[in-house]
Structures are given as C-alpha cells and as structure tokens.
Design a protein. Structure first.
Ligand code: ZN
Ligand code: ZN
Length: 659
C-alpha cells in the first residue's frame, strides 16, 4: 500500500512510502530517509496497491501511536501557523522514541492533608455552569473572568474533582515553569499521586518517560507550561488554561509560532470536551470572543470572603527627582516591615543598571553583535561582575574607565533588580539597627538570572511562603498567580518599562501586568496596599490598573483597536526576515512585499527595520500583514519556499509583539 508519512524535524508535511504491512493512520513506523532510519507517523493511506519506485516502510513500531483527534490538531497547527507537520511533530513527540514502555515508580501515596473549603456563592454558580457542560460531553469554551483573589483555583479544583470521579482526565496549563510547582502543590494536596507535572526543565529522559506514562494513562491530572498541550492523554475531559492572557503561552522562538491557549481551544473542539480559560485580565481578543458568544463568559466579581481589593496609590516620579525608590515607597516599606508583614516589589528589569555611560563624552557600553546597551551585573557568589546583552546573552568583563575618551569612570544609569535589592537591603539594615525588633529580615530576589538554576524559584517561593523572608523582589516572575496571604504591600518600582515599547499591545500588557502584580496584595485577612511609581500617571492603562477596572480598560482599548483596525477587528501576520547580509535581507523583504501587495484582501506594511534591528550580528526586517478576520490565510504557506541561505523567514500568525 502507498502511505503518507510525516517525519518529525523535517521541513515537510509528509513523505510517501510503500508498505507491506496493513498500516493505519496514526501508526508509528520506521522509514529510510536520506540513508538514515527515521521515525514517522502514518497520516494518510493513499492507495491499497503496491507502487514501484518508492521506498518501503521498514518496520511498524507501534499501532495507534497518535490518536486521530490529535493528528487533526497537529494538521490544524501546521495549516493555521503556516508551518509544516514535520515542524509540528518536533514539538509534539519525544526526540527519541521508546521501543518499550517502562512503567514509572510513583512515590507512596500521601494522605490528603487539606480540608476542602466550601465554595462561596459566586464560585458555586460558576462551578455549576462548568459541571453542566461536562455532563453533556460536548465541546464548549468558558472564559472565567475573575478578579485577583476571587478564588479561580478553587473552581479549577472542583471541576477537576468531578472529572476524576467520573474516570476522566484533566490537563492544566500554566504560563511559567516556575509556577507549575505552586499549582502542583494545590492539586497534589487534594488529589495525591494522581497529579504530575511535565515541562522542559526535566531531563530528556525523564520527560520522555513521563510522556509515555501519561500516554499509557498513569496519571489523572497533568500540569505543565505551553508544551504540555501536545501530550497524548486518554479520556481527556477538561483543559484549563490558567492566566490565559499570558504571553508565555506563545512560542516565541521557532516555527510553528503557536499560542497554546488557542491550541487548547482547538484541541477541545477536536476532542469534543470542555475548555476553561481563566484570567483576571483576559486578552482583549478573548473577552471579545466571550462578548460575541464564541466563548461563554463566567464572572467572579468579588474577592473571596468579602475581602477588598488593595488600595492603589500612584506616585508621580517626575516629582521625585529621579529617585528609584520614592520617599513614600520607602516609608511604606519601613512601616510594613515594622508590622512584620510581607512585601512584593516588582521591577521588570534584571541586572544592576541597564546602562553604563561616560559623563564626559556620552559613550555607552554596547553589545558588539546587537549594538544595544549592555546591562551591568554585579558580582555574585560564583560570577564576577559583567556586562551582559539581554538580547543575545553576550557577556564581557566590566569596564570602569571610558574606552572612548579615557577621561573618567563610567556611571551607572537606571536601575535593575540588583540595584533595588541593594537599596532595600540598606532600608532593612537601618531598621534592624534602629528598632532591633525585626528578626533576620531577608530580601529575596527572583529574576531570570536566578530562576535559571533548577529548583531555585521553588526554593525562593517556599522561603517566602514560610515567612522566613519579608521582601520578595523581582521581575515578571513575581507577578504571576502568586498567593501569599501575608503580603500587604506591593511596590511597583517602575510601571513604565513595557509602556515604552512601540507596540499596539503595550497598553494592554502594561494594564495586565500592573493589575496582576497589584492583585498579589491583601489576599489574606489584612487589607493590602499598592504603590505604583510612574512617569505617566495620566496614561489610561496606568489609571485603569489603579482602579483595577478591567471592563473600563477593555472598552477604552477596544475604541483604539477599532480606530486603527487592529485585532480583534483584523488578523495580523508578521513576517520577519533575518540574515547577516543586510542588503540580502532587505532585497528579500522587498521582493516578498511586491508579491503580497498584489494579493487581494491583504494589506502589507513595510518592510521596516525591527525595534531590535541587529541581534547576534543578524539584521532584522519585518513586514506586517493585516487581513480581514475571515481571510483564509492558509494560502500564504507558499511563503515558506522563500527562505534562503542568506535570509531566513519567520512567519508569526497572531503575533503578540509587532516590533
Ligand atoms: Zn568618555
Ligand atoms: Zn547582543
């Protein structure tokens, strides 16, 4: 018989082979490809006849390796994201296939420690609606819009409980690997050893074994970041996407540039199951989908136990003489420490200072590969002081004297988490000296420099949760879904970091992050307070995040989107050209621009140089395509044939960043 076989890690949808055996769609086989044997998946039976002149399938490895529904999903991803099945399979099946399944030894079951709390009235209402849909066994997507602290996790737990009782399985997506263990803890307390997390910081071997174990049906509840959406799960009944607005759900590196939230909805459709998207700050498109009935909206308008949202005060940095920590924020930090309560400080910039500048000639230390300012990092326990490019990760030794004019010492400009850490430590020390009443207060810093080390984020969250440290300071990692009831002060050191990006989503992102981080305050019995430092107190995303009012932000943002015809009113596709030969990159972009401008229903903008024009010696130029929402963009797959040696082309459908 003649069969089409998709082979992982190729740039093609499929290859055609002859097969002696009686193969079926979804089978895993071994086939020859360019003098090597490769694993592949049968995606189509073309003809029952044996065809001469094409190669034979070598061996059938496993029948029904991938279910029909998952295969449909993979094909959809390839089509929608203008990629190929070969590229999609790279993400979805382990790099080396296990020939024989070895069961995993689970640790002994722990007794359930946690008393299940009684859901509040609004929670019960929401749970009832989801359970109703679960009973029907049909596809349905819910958008659970619940303000920070309204108890969304309890809703998830209840729904999963119902699914598990009926013999089904549940998949829970979280935005960050560092968050998997926080949510794992909640589920593990309730469900014991039926819960597992799968993510990319496991070793290849561990991950592969888990993948097989889950496929065999060993676990009932699977938790993981975006790549977990592809894991084969028997009797899957519900997919929950927590913090659905989070940009970490988008693959930002390689094709296919999928968004796991949207893939989750499509998986729900193909598997005919329930999908729950949860957020306190839904992505504009999601809230719109709920508005037009594509999703069903569920709302939790109040914090549990009638707790109030924290009071948010804006501090205008223009009036604060360029201080990184204003006197008001400093005072509040002191007060909170004296009361022995906890603090979260947020600054979306790691390192000590984002710039090193010469006060005499204006020289700025820049990355030789990207031509962007290098960030100064203080020496750590094991690392020496360095300058680091946050775009390409190039590092060099710290320089002190200006290499340009040699007239003096370079100065630090701006502040990153390390610098704020130093300042807060000074406050802490002073307090300990003056008052002597605070027991060993520790400031913990959490950013990518620290979270990179395996298990480190988990350790920090644990210390903070036990109250052994009083201040948690960090980048976006401290904004996401954390639930520490003793935190009564959140300080936003600089609310403007994202606002300054030239992107149509920068207001939305700013609103989301500020509202999320503000929401970490006052989640326990004591009321919370938030201080937000900004140079733009009048900007609407800052104002509405001060009010923590999503609906008002949504309607303002929708006006702006409509006026400029941005999503959800149109569809965007970003084409990014990259190469070391500047001229070749521009030529290729111009060539494709000419082709696209002749096509109907497409508005092409560009080519333009990217905000980061040069990264790792490669020039970056982009074209932005705007099409009507109904446009069948699948026809643009022909663009893949325009990738050349001198110029790569990265195609991003529904991009989250357009610069
Ligand atoms: Zn100089
Ligand atoms: Zn660089």
């Amino acid at each position: 018989m003649k069969v089409d076989i998709a082979i992982p890690r190729t740039k093609f949808d499929f290859f055609t082979y002859n097969a002696q055996d009686n193969l079926q769609v979804g089978d895993l086989v071994l086939v020859p490809l360019r003098n090597k044997l490769k694993y592949g998946i049968v995606i189509k039976i073309n003809s029952q006849r044996y065809i001469n002149g094409i190669k034979d399938v070598k061996e059938l490895i496993e029948e029904k390796f991938i279910s029909k529904n998952l295969l449909k999903l993979y094909k959809w991803i390839a089509d929608y994201y203008l990629s190929t099945l070969g590229e999609v399979l790279r993400l979805t099946v382990p790099s080396k296939i296990l020939k024989k399944y070895e069961p995993i030894e689970k640790p002994a079951a722990l007794p359930s420690l946690v008393k299940t709390s009684v859901p509040t009235y609004p929670q019960s209402n929401v749970i009832k609606r989801i359970l109703g849909a679960l009973k029907t066994n049909y596809f349905k997507t819910f958008l659970l819009y619940g303000i920070t602290g309204s108890g969304k996790t309890e809703v998830y737990l209840r729904c999963v409980d119902e699914v598990v009782k009926k013999g089904g399985r549940a998949l829970i997506l979280v935005p960050e690997i560092s968050m998997t263990h926080l949510i794992y803890k909640r589920f593990h307390e309730r469900f014991g050893n039926d819960v597992v997390t799968i993510h990319s910081s496991l070793s290849d071997k561990e991950r592969k074994r888990l993948w097989y174990a889950i496929k065999q049906g060993e676990y009932r509840i699977i938790i993981g970041p975006r790549s977990a959406i592809f894991v084969p799960i028997k009797d899957l009944k519900i997919i929950i996407v927590d913090e659905e607005h989070d940009h970490s759900y988008k693959e930002h590196d390689r094709m296919p540039r999928y968004n796991a939230r949207d893939v989750a909805v499509m998986r729900g459709k193909f598997e005919n199951i329930v999908v729950v998207l949860g957020s306190a700050t839904p992505q504009i498109e999601s809230f719109r989908n709920a508005g037009i009935g594509k999703y069903q909206l569920l709302t939790l308008k109040e914090r549990i136990d009638n707790r109030s949202l924290p009071e948010v005060e804006i501090i205008d940095l223009k009036k604060e003489n360029r201080k990184f920590i204003s006197p008001d924020l400093e005072l509040k930090i002191e007060e909170t420490l004296k009361k022995n309560e906890q603090i979260i400080l947020f600054l979306n910039r790691r390192g000590f200072a984002p710039n090193l500048i010469c006060p005499f000639c204006g020289f700025v230390a820049k990355c030789p590969y990207c031509n962007l300012p290098m960030v100064y990092h203080k020496p750590g326990k094991k690392e020496s002081a360095s300058l680091s490019c946050h775009i390409c990760s190039y590092k060099s030794k710290k320089i002190s004297i200006c290499p340009n004019c040699a007239r003096g010492t370079l100065l630090y400009r701006g502040a990153g988490t390390q610098r704020i850490e130093e300042m807060v430590n000074k406050i802490v020390k002073r307090l300990a000296l003056n008052h002597g009443q605070i027991d060993e207060p520790i400031v913990l810093r959490l950013d990518r420099d620290i979270a990179r080390k395996r298990g480190q984020a988990e350790k920090i969250f644990n210390i903070f949760e036990q109250g052994r440290a009083k201040v948690l300071l960090g980048t976006q990692l401290v904004t996401k879904g954390l639930d520490f009831p003793e935190v009564t002060l959140v300080g936003i050191v600089n609310a403007d970091v994202i606002l300054n990006f030239p992107d149509f989503r920068s207001s939305e992102r700013t609103f989301q992050i500020l509202t999320q981080v503000a929401g970490r305050s006052g989640r326990g019995k004591k009321p919370g307070k938030v201080l937000m430092q900004t140079y733009h107190p009048e900007q609407y995303s800052i104002l509405f995040s001060q009010l923590q009012n999503y609906p008002k932000f949504y309607s303002q943002e929708m006006k702006f989107r409509k006026e400029l015809n941005f999503p959800p009113f149109s569809k965007l596709i970003l084409l990014r050209f990259k190469g070391e030969d500047e001229k070749a990159v521009w030529n290729q972009a111009e060539k494709i621009f000419a082709i696209l401008s002749r096509m109907q229903n497409i508005k092409a903008f560009g080519p333009n140089n990217s905000f980061y024009y040069k990264i790792r010696k490669k020039y970056r130029v982009f074209i932005l395509l705007k099409t009507p929402k109904t446009f069948r963009h699948g026809k643009l797959r022909f663009l893949n044939s325009y990738k050349t040696k001198n110029c790569t082309l990265d195609i991003d459908v529904d991009p989250l960043e357009v610069f």
